[in-house]
Design a protein around this ligand. Structure first.
Ligand code: BG6
Length: 491
């Protein structure tokens, strides 16, 4: 089985921060892959924009090097790369002055005013406002224009609202695509397929049949030269406010009436609004903060977080675990245990739905323990879905029960490369489909839940607990779930 490719209309993508890390590692390789799969139509153009003074040729060399570095050897195909870089252009613009903007306008106008036009802000949020205003003042906005913004969208509710206001002064909400790249991951979308394209799960998808949910996003990497940003953010802002809450919403939301952007986002918003508040009174019981110490990762010794910082001092958490609850009829009393961290034992992200145990066993004790069914949705590595079932151990020797899994790894089942999340999302912008992008009210609702946690940590003085790099986080995170008689699922 292979996937079906439907070409999109020709477009012009202007990437601000065109020579930056995101463009180099993710955006250019993603667009190249879409070309490789035959999804781009001529005359599509990708226009790098940043302050550096580069010629088109120099930008093409930059992109060629980026592709060489970030593609697998068999993906880098000379003729395809040549075609790809022919669609690349570069304009040097300055967000703070009028330098370069007329050139950009000229280049875009050459494409025609009806061509799809997307502006991707792969730059620091501090200049989102300045760039948006320049785009407006230089009359670059056409009927077919959209803008794409990357996280972080704020560092708390107030700054997120400011940022949304700033962009909102120039663009209408329907033109704004707020990227959360987790929503572009194959398995995340599969969560919706599993829930809403099968009759099997939905009747059981509630507090009467589900015991609890776990969401783990574990990374083995550490700071990766991002100390400047990361130390002002921490795991709660960097991963929970966006990626993990988005996953939680997709697990917990009601069935939307259809897959339209607003139908899905309305349902996600209800979940965010139903999250029970975490306050100074319960924060120590419901949350654990951690910070990694020296240890081992990927087979070698690694430094601790503080040793990676110039200052050598910080109370920023590199790990967080939370017991969250959703106050509505569907989920009353069902804990959602979430955890994420850097320098953990493995790069492993998954959602585990544990069903309630059977009410009564008819089998003798000698048949063995009957374990509750689990549905495991693996985001990475080896994206796939696993459903555990109790079956009879084969053979003539009496009734013995065993817990086995129906295991489907997508790359094996479909024999396709696992596409990067950006490939899907970049083209959804072209298709004008906002279903997998965050609406303003969602982002703000997520901050409305996260802000009080940050404040509560501050007010009770809850500091991060140390954990050894290469482990599953501080022992307090294990206690958080084991106190309830449950354990973290470890693949
Ligand atoms: C980013 C975070 O949004 O997601 C990073 O800022 C994190 O800190 C990354 O490493 C994880 O993404 P992925 O796709 O590698 O799981």
């Amino acid at each position: 089985m292979s996937s079906q490719i439907i070409p999109v209309e020709p477009f012009d993508y202007v990437v601000f921060g065109g020579t930056g890390d995101l463009a180099e590692r993710k955006l250019l390789p993603a667009l190249y892959h879409r070309q490789l799969d035959g999804q781009l139509s001529k005359p599509t153009r990708i226009i790098g924009a940043s302050r550096s003074a580069l010629t088109h040729e120099e930008y093409r060399t930059f992109a060629t090097n980026a592709l060489k570095e970030h593609l697998k050897a068999d993906e880098y195909q000379e003729d395809q790369v040549k075609r790809f870089i022919e669609s690349l252009f570069y304009v040097s613009v300055d967000a703070k002055s009028d330098n370069g903007w007329d050139k950009l306008k000229q280049l875009l106008d050459d494409g025609g005013k009806d061509k799809i036009r997307a502006f991707y802000l792969a730059v620091a949020p501090a200049i989102f406002g300045a760039i948006s205003e320049k785009i407006r003042d230089h009359k670059l906005i056409t009927k077919q224009t959209r803008i794409v913004v990357e996280k972080p969208i704020g560092k708390d509710l107030a700054s997120a609202m400011d940022l949304n206001d700033t962009i909102g002064k120039v663009f209408r909400e329907e033109q704004i695509f707020r990227i959360d790249h987790y929503l572009g991951k194959e398995t995340v979308q599969n969560l919706m397929a599993l829930r809403f394209a099968n009759a099997l799960y939905e009747p059981l998808w509630n507090a009467s049949h589900i015991d609890h949910v776990q969401i783990t996003v574990a990374e083995s990497v550490g700071l990766e030269s991002r100390a400047g940003y990361y130390d002002t953010a921490g795991a709660l802002r960097d991963m929970v406010q966006n990626h993990i809450l988005q996953l939680l919403c997709l697990v917990a939301m009601e069935v939307p009436t259809n897959m339209s952007a607003d139908a899905v986002r309305d349902e996600k918003l209800k979940v965010l609004n139903a999250l029970k508040p975490i306050t100074p009174a319960n924060v120590e019981k419901l949350t654990v903060r951690g910070q990694y110490r020296a240890g081992a990762s990927a087979g070698g010794p690694v430094k601790g977080y503080l040793e990676e910082l110039e200052s050598g001092q910080s109370d920023t958490e590199t790990f967080v675990a939370i017991k969250a609850e959703i106050g509505n009829w569907r989920w009353a009393g069902v804990p959602f245990y979430i955890r994420t961290g850097k320098r953990m034992a493995a790069r492993m992200s998954e959602i585990v739905i544990t069903f309630k145990p059977i009410p009564h066993s008819i089998f003798d004790e000698s048949a063995g323990r009957i374990e509750a069914n689990q549905l495991i949705i693996r985001l990475q590595p080896n994206e796939g879905v696993k459903q555990s079932l109790m079956i009879k151990d084969p053979g003539p020797g009496g009734m013995r029960l065993r817990n086995v899994s129906l295991d489907m790894t997508f790359s094996e089942a479909f024999n396709v490369r696992s596409a990067d999340a950006y490939e899907r999302l970049l083209l959804d912008v072209v298709r004008n489909n906002q279903t997998l992008f965050m609406r303003r009210d969602e982002v703000e609702a997520a901050w409305r839940w996260v802000d009080p946690i940050l404040k509560a940590w501050d007010s009770v003085g809850q500091k991060p607990q140390g954990y050894t790099a290469g482990t599953w986080g501080p022992s307090q995170a294990i206690a958080l779930i084991e106190r309830d008689g449950r354990t973290w699922h470890e693949a």
